[in-house]
Write a protein that binds this ligand. Structure first.
Ligand code: SIN
Length: 301
């Protein structure tokens, strides 16, 4: 597959004067240099947001953030989003502690399988922020894929067919595949205790546009993944399934992806409206500890 000409995806610098962007792959992702996140000016933040919409995910190395720094940074985008799976950290209800101890062995880690964050909600998170505290010596990378680029690469015929369809986003499979009970009967994923009072609501989910429009850029992107997208409004399951399977294969082509090797002190932000991501379960015997926050999003349109 040839990603160029650049009309499909322009990864060139965009006249940023207050930040430096270094593209990660030809399809998406960029490191932003020259920014200290806790003291970032409003003018720098405006360029960071622009870079986020352009590259879909951006990351900053060597940030040395406290939880309060990450909370403040998240709130610059807007109010915290709802995390349906956990109740946050003590004293920090909007901060999720992603932890897998060296001794823990699990079938699936939190975030495994290509997904966009909590699309079963009426207002799924717009932006997610993940900060690396303890990183295994190898493994534990994260992969992203560019769902705007994947949409651009569809034929005009299929694009026309998809317009107006609504995808059923439900947490049914995510719960079935990842949530286990510990010895006390508490629901866990890895070493994280899940608090999912709203399980029925999560499974009922929501119907969202299968092709969604970004509220800031006006660009369209596929809104489909391999975990939560489980049906299409008005179609029988045997009609929807092959279409969803095809779109899932298409959107996760390696050509549309980038993969990040974490280091302690790296902060990543990604735009859930225009990319998917997945975690890896490949670091048994090593601890991985991350801090995650999310920004509330709009009702997808
Ligand atoms: C997530 O899905 O939010 C977590 C990704 C990761 O841990 O790499």
């Amino acid at each position: 597959m040839q990603l160029y000409p650049l009309s499909y995806y322009d990864d060139q610098a965009n006249g940023y004067t207050l930040i430096k962007t270094v593209p990660l792959s030809s399809a998406m992702g960029a490191e932003i240099q020259g920014v200290h996140l806790p003291t970032m000016s409003d003018a720098q933040f405006a360029q960071v947001k622009s870079a986020l919409y352009r590259y879909k995910m951006v990351y900053f190395r060597d940030q040395n953030l406290t939880i309060a720094d990450q909370e403040k940074l998240t709130l610059r985008f807007g109010p915290f989003g709802t995390d349906a799976y956990t109740k946050g950290m003590p004293g920090h209800p909007n901060v999720q502690h992603l932890l897998k101890e060296a001794s823990t062995k699990v079938d699936r880690v939190f975030g495994e399988g290509w997904h966009t964050d909590s699309p079963f909600l009426a207002q799924p998170p717009a932006v997610s922020l993940l900060y690396g505290i303890h990183i295994p010596p190898y493994g534990g990378d994260t992969w992203w894929t560019n769902s705007e680029l994947a949409y651009d690469f569809l034929s005009e015929g299929l694009k026309a067919l998809l317009q107006g369809l609504r995808v059923h986003m439900t947490a049914r499979e995510a719960i079935r595949l990842t949530v286990r009970k510990d010895a006390q009967g508490k629901e866990i994923v890895g070493d994280m205790q899940m608090v999912m009072q709203e399980q029925e609501e999560m499974i009922r989910g929501n119907y969202h546009p299968l092709v969604r429009t970004h509220p800031e850029t006006g660009k369209q992107a596929l809104y489909v993944d391999t975990i939560y997208a489980q049906g299409i409004l008005g179609l029988k399951d045997e009609e929807a399934r092959p279409l969803l399977d095809y779109l899932a294969r298409h959107i996760t082509r390696e050509d549309f992806c980038c993969r990040l090797r974490w280091t302690a002190g790296t902060l990543v932000m990604w735009d859930n409206r225009i990319c998917l991501h997945k975690a890896f379960n490949d670091y048994d015997g090593h601890k991985r500890e991350m801090i995650r926050t999310i920004v509330n999003g709009e009702v997808p349109f």
